[in-house]
Design a protein around this ligand. Structure first.
Ligand code: NDP
Length: 500
């Protein structure tokens, strides 16, 4: 395992942030403060206010007023697009600062954070076009007396709860699309990774977004997050995170105002490798699919399903890849796998590694805590002799833990792949077009990769089948998600009377 040396270093003192309401950053004042320590270094890097319920109410009221007086939704698409384009340009200007805080709070490698920030600017640029092209439909076939128009209208105030694994990327897969639709936002980032969401709010104001259209409340999920999902002045809630909290979001919507929901939840995503695949490509893709973001990724390819005739050889190839991956200081440009983001997640991953062995699976390599002097790191783990009923094969671990299961036929590969409550993503590796298409059609997943993995951009939507969630983000679907449809029936000429 290469362990790279650091170039950038953590700040000498943590940066203070305010929360963001009505176009202004509001300092913590006498509120409690959450001090975030970098998971890669164990030193304090940011200080974030813990908002109160009154702060949440103020943020929702600001978003409500901004929506109701049409200061944003009443602008034409060209004007909205101009703000989104400018925001994209400002993200590019501040890319290094955003990537630095993303890496400090999350623990991901700085090279990866930089690439993600570039992708986020691209999301804004793409969504700016959607602000102009969003449209409805018309029906000119209803007879001479009637004309029908279907319009799309913004849903209203959107509550946006985002997790800690991709704080800026997941935010930017949603915010530009929400704004393109004409909605206003109250965002609640994970308490451990709030900095880059607060930076985005500043950027949007500088880009010309009217006050009140983007608000950010900070604090814990159980207080501020719970308050947001229950808030009756929030018209839609977009939640990304665990299935357990997703369930609470659904319950809260049912208990309060039946707000519209978008949910992106967990995954236990299959990587199906056929014997005829380019095995070198596949081994590299499989290692990337579970090592990227230390496997703390809803679309991580965590279940490797390999044709039996090449299973042992392929396991060795993946093991060889793991041995070469550079785990280390997230601030080092050479690092490929960084730190585990939270103590709780570190404990969860290590407990699954123990559980896998206790259940009778064979730990082929990795799985140990790596000592880098500071921070928390886990060597990517590979498990063989895994059966479908084991917890490590069924539950989302959200860490660098890969299980291998062999198959003997296309049917069996599909059956193993679908043997999960989740349906977020899947990959298939084969040079046979029939196998590729059959598997792509029959495996239940919202996102599919053929001979690659984790590829994507703003054009292609994301979201899950089964218990992986509701709705889609990104692409033209991403902006439509934040609209509601109105049917307009227009009489032409004199109406046929009901009473003569
Ligand atoms: P959570 O679902 O708890 O956190 C996701 C977001 O929800 C965070 O912003 C969190 O805030 C917030 N939140 C937590 N509780 C509530 C609540 N009662 N009401 C409203 N919002 C709430 O995920 P964890 O951080 O606990 O991670 C646990 C597991 O979830 C992981 O091991 C992984 O399996 C899965 N996960 C999946 C993700 C995905 O992308 N699909 C992303 C993250 C986790 P805060 O962090 O401030 O408490």
């Amino acid at each position: 395992m290469d362990q790279a040396s650091s170039k950038l270093s953590p700040p000498s003192a943590p940066r203070e942030f305010g929360f963001f309401v009505n176009g202004k950053s509001i300092p913590a004042g006498d509120r409690d403060i959450f001090e975030r320590a970098s998971p890669g270094h164990g030193v304090p890097v940011t200080r974030i206010p813990k908002c109160t319920p009154a702060d949440l109410d103020a943020a929702v009221a600001a978003a409500r007023a901004a929506f109701d007086d049409r200061r944003w939704s009443g602008l034409n698409g060209q004007a909205r697009a101009a703000v989104l384009l400018k925001a994209g340009a400002l993200i590019r200007e501040r890319a290094e600062e955003i990537a630095y805080f993303e890496t400090l709070e999350n623990g991901k490698p700085i090279s990866q954070a930089r690439a993600e920030v570039g992708g986020c600017a691209d999301m804004f640029e793409y969504a700016s076009g959607l602000a102009r092209s969003l449209h409805g439909d018309s029906f000119n076939n209803l007879g001479d007396g009637l004309f029908g128009i279907v319009t799309r209208e913004p849903v209203g105030v959107v509550g946006l709860i985002t997790p800690w694994n991709f704080p800026f990327l997941i935010l930017c897969e949603r915010v530009p699309y929400i704004l393109a639709s004409g909605c206003t936002i109250v965002a609640k980032p994970s308490e451990v990774t709030s900095a880059t969401t607060l930076i985005l709010a500043e950027i949007l104001t500088e880009a010309g977004l009217p006050d009140g259209c983007m608000n950010v409340v900070t604090g814990s999920g159980s207080t501020i997050g719970q308050g947001l999902i229950e808030h009756v002045d929030v018209d839609m809630l977009s939640f990304t995170g665990s299935t357990a909290v997703g369930r609470r979001v659904v319950e809260a919507a049912g208990r309060t105002n039946f707000k519209k929901l978008g949910l992106e939840l967990g995954g236990k995503n299959p990587q199906i490798v056929f014997a005829d695949a380019d095995l070198e490509d596949a081994a590299d893709g499989v290692a990337f699919g579970i090592g990227f973001n230390t496997g703390q990724c809803c679309v991580s390819g965590s279940r490797l399903i390999v044709e039996r005739s090449v299973a042992d050889k392929f396991a060795q190839m993946v093991q060889d890849k793991f041995a070469k991956v550079r785990v280390g200081d997230p601030l080092d440009e050479a690092t490929q796998v960084g730190a585990i983001t939270t103590d709780a997640q570190n404990t969860t991953i290590m407990s699954y590694i123990e559980k896998g062995q206790a259940e009778g699976a064979r730990l082929i390599c990795g799985g140990e805590q790596l000592d880098m002097g500071r921070g928390q790191y886990i060597a990517p783990a590979l498990f063989g002799d895994v059966t479908r009923d084991m917890a490590i094969a069924r539950e989302e671990i959200f860490g660098p833990v890969l299980t291998i299961m062999p198959f003997d036929s296309v049917e069996e590969a599909i059956a193993i792949a679908n043997d999960t409550v989740y349906g977020l993503a899947a990959s298939v590796w084969t040079k046979n077009i029939d196998k590729a298409l059959t598997v792509t059609r029959r495996v239940q997943a919202g996102r599919f990769w053929v001979n690659t993995t984790l590829a994507g951009g703003p054009e292609l939507p994301l979201g899950g089948f089964k218990q992986s969630g509701w709705g889609r983000e990104a692409g033209k679907y991403g902006v439509e998600e934040y609209t509601q449809i109105k049917s307009v029936h227009i009489e032409i000429g004199k109406r046929t009377p009901w009473i003569e």
